[in-house]
Write a protein that binds this ligand. Sequence first.
Ligand SMILES: Cc1cc2nc3c(=O)[nH]c(=O)nc-3n(C[C@H](O)[C@H](O)[C@H](O)COP(=O)(O)OP(=O)(O)OC[C@H]3O[C@@H](n4cnc5c(N)ncnc54)[C@H](O)[C@@H]3O)c2cc1C
Length: 396
Amino acid sequence: LVIGAGLAGCASAASLAARGWQVTLLERHGDVAQEGSGNPQGVLYLKLSAHGTALSQLVISGFGYTRRLLHNLQSGRDWDTCGVLQIAFDNKEAARQAALSSAFASSLLRPVEHAEAEQLAGVALDSGGLFYPDAGWAHPPALCRWMIAHPAIEVIRHRQPVELRRVDKRWQALDREELLAEAPVVILAGAADVARFTQSAWLPLKRIRGQITGLPATERSATLRTVLCAKGYVAPPRDGLHTLGASFDFAQTDPTPSEAEHRSNLDMLEEISGDLYQRLQAANHEIADLQGRVAFRCTSPDYLPIVGPVADPALFADAYAVLGKDARQVPDTPCPWLDGLYVNTAHGSRGLITTPLSGELLAAWLDGEPLPVPRAIAEACHPNRFLLRKLIRRAD
Ligand SMILES: Cc1cc2nc3c(=O)[nH]c(=O)nc-3n(C[C@H](O)[C@H](O)[C@H](O)COP(=O)(O)OP(=O)(O)OC[C@H]3O[C@@H](n4cnc5c(N)ncnc54)[C@H](O)[C@@H]3O)c2cc1C
């Protein structure tokens, strides 16, 4: 049973169905990909570190895996491998890019001077940057739909369980007293709403509001050949609209687009390329008439996704209390798992890259297979890391 049909839930369902599981996918809306995963265009954006962090390694592996999946979708309509150009918009960013270009293979990313950057972009820019030739954009709902198109996956729409109960080694998903579904294994993939269930309420999840703006393509904006990123991003058009985005707001919870954020998205566009801003006649649009969409990202304190089995936090603290005194101990105590309960969430601003691989990671945990990422990365994404840190902090 998977709860939540965004990218994380659809990817989890797909990876399990591919291994022979019968999957029920519960979604509260009338269709899949209606919340975070519902934007018309998402960028395959590789936010990397030159220091080989776990997040950076996950992003590299996830990018390769997502790219392979995207070949199953219709190019041009559902995704486009048009490349992504990260603009070196200030000295700090230029230094970061220089470090990245010495740390990674030139087939993944390469520095481009101002003239080449403009040639790749098809519009005038203020500087060069870093070009990711195999990146681009994708339509997340199309990826969701493709992932769940499997005879072993049953999608049940308009159902919102609010409670989980363990009865006779099975999990029951209930809406008040109505039993919606039951199964021996449950995967929570409802983004920040994962924390609404009592069993997973301890997970440190944050919601970040984001707004995108859709600008109608013009004859002169058709020259844009690649995704451009600086503080925000703009993509070549899909269905006649360029997606610009996206705002970041930890405080706001209003789900309707605001004029202020449309304005800040347009400002970001002007910073990316004044020429493209002109070509799109961005200044001529009535802000109130602009198309836009608000959704919520879900993130964790260390910005890594949370993927894996869920333990009982109170029993965990008891079982490993010794670590609170001496963090170097390796206690030989079995983990007090909530048997059959798993989570796949906190994909932040890069769910296109991390969710499909996380589905594979989860399925590997469940089936006892070799993990699809190095052990250290799987552990860096493991839900128990927060329980462990809490105990060990007490030992400091
Ligand atoms: C403005 C914005 C721009 C973004 N741009 C990019 C980008 O360019 N590139 C990129 O890779 N990523 C981007 N992201 C991030 C990406 O969209 C997310 O990482 C991804 O969508 C997360 O997928 P998810 O399945 O975890 O969450 P969601 O897509 O939010 O899915 C969660 C689902 O669970 C359902 N649900 C929750 N609780 C329940 C319940 N109790 N019962 C039933 N259903 C439930 C919800 O209805 C929802 O359908 C962006 C996000 C935003 C908001």
